[in-house]
Design a protein around this ligand. Structure first.
Ligand code: CP
Length: 302
């Protein structure tokens, strides 16, 4: 495997390889005993054309924990602002021969274009609504940590399924790994087709939540909506926002996850986001480090 561009390209065995390496690294980090020179003398180029808190920072920490050096290219201070186009920018940057590229871009499939030009591994940190593979891997690691495995787990994803790359990658990964996936969304935010036929669609929390082991909330991806599809944040919260009351009523045993950015009182209420018994949200963030170390180790350290 040269690149990591999407979960769509991975089979179950390959997903298991990433997850098992991430588990090994997580255990090593806990003991304070890992190979911190694994990527010594490697230079990793971060090309984030879209903003990020978790993905960008955790890739940087992961790379530095493995001994690599990171270059954080900034589109706002680059020559894109002088009219240079995307392809020439990529040709220019790949000519500098980084050892790996981690990238995020608003355009569907942009990492595939970069991978076709680059002579190094390209890792997708999120493109459009298509894929966010390392998010799905770290989410899976978090579920495995909590439940011991993914097979048979009932995972319900609530929110803007139509515009979410996290939903897209998670639906694929979880189904390939044997979980039962459901999605809940308003009709305007539900895609017509989903990656697998056995993913069940619901339009109310009351119908979709019962028997969930994991409930994952998602942000409204307003930057990818071409018109206002939701009348107001308040209206969305009243119908689809997850509160402790709703969770206790319909899915009393479920834990809650959210990939972030966390928009409180739109997708999720304060009382759940801050509940250490129910919320795995900060565990997801923490698992971003061993997961991304595993991906860098397997693709760049090879
Ligand atoms: N989950 C996620 O991709 O968050 P960031 O946008 O903060 O990287």
């Amino acid at each position: 495997m040269q690149h990591l561009l999407g979960i769509n390209e991975l089979d179950k065995a390959q997903i298991e390889q990433f997850l098992s390496r991430a588990q090994e690294i997580a255990a090593q980090l806990k003991k304070g005993d890992w190979d911190n020179e694994r990527l010594k003398n490697k230079i990793i180029l971060h090309l984030f054309f879209e903003h990020s808190t978790r993905t960008l920072t955790s890739f940087e920490i992961a790379a530095k924990r493995l001994g690599a050096q990171v270059v954080n290219w900034n589109p706002e201070t680059s020559s894109l602002s002088k009219g240079e186009n995307f392809i020439d920018t990529i040709e220019t940057l790949t000519s500098m021969k980084p050892d790996a590229i981690v990238m995020r871009h608003a355009d569907y499939g942009a990492p595939l274009t970069v991978a076709s030009k680059a002579k190094c591994p390209v890792i997708n940190g999120g493109d459009s609504w298509r894929e966010h593979p390392t998010q799905a891997l770290l989410d899976a690691l978090t579920m495995i940590d909590h439940f011991g495995g993914l097979g048979g787990l009932n995972v319900t994803i609530i929110g803007d399924i139509a515009h979410s790359r996290v939903a897209s990658s998670n639906m694929q990964l979880l189904t390939k790994m044997g979980a039962n996936v459901r999605v809940i969304a308003p009709k305007v935010l539900m895609p017509e087709s989903l990656p697998f036929d056995n993913i069940k669609k619901f339009h109310t929390l009351k119908d979709g939540l019962p028997n969930s082991d994991v409930v994952m909330t998602l942000r409204l991806q307003k930057e990818r909506m071409d018109r206002a599809l939701i009348s107001s944040d308040e209206a969305y919260f009243n119908e689809f926002g997850l509160t402790l009351n709703i969770l206790d009523k319909y899915a009393p045993k479920a834990v809650v996850m959210d990939p972030g950015p966390l928009v409180r009182n739109v997708q999720i209420a304060d009382d759940i986001a801050e509940d250490p018994q129910r919320s795995l949200i900060l565990k997801q963030v923490a698992n971003g480090i061993p997961t991304r170390m595993a991906v860098l180790d397997m693709l760049v350290g090879a």
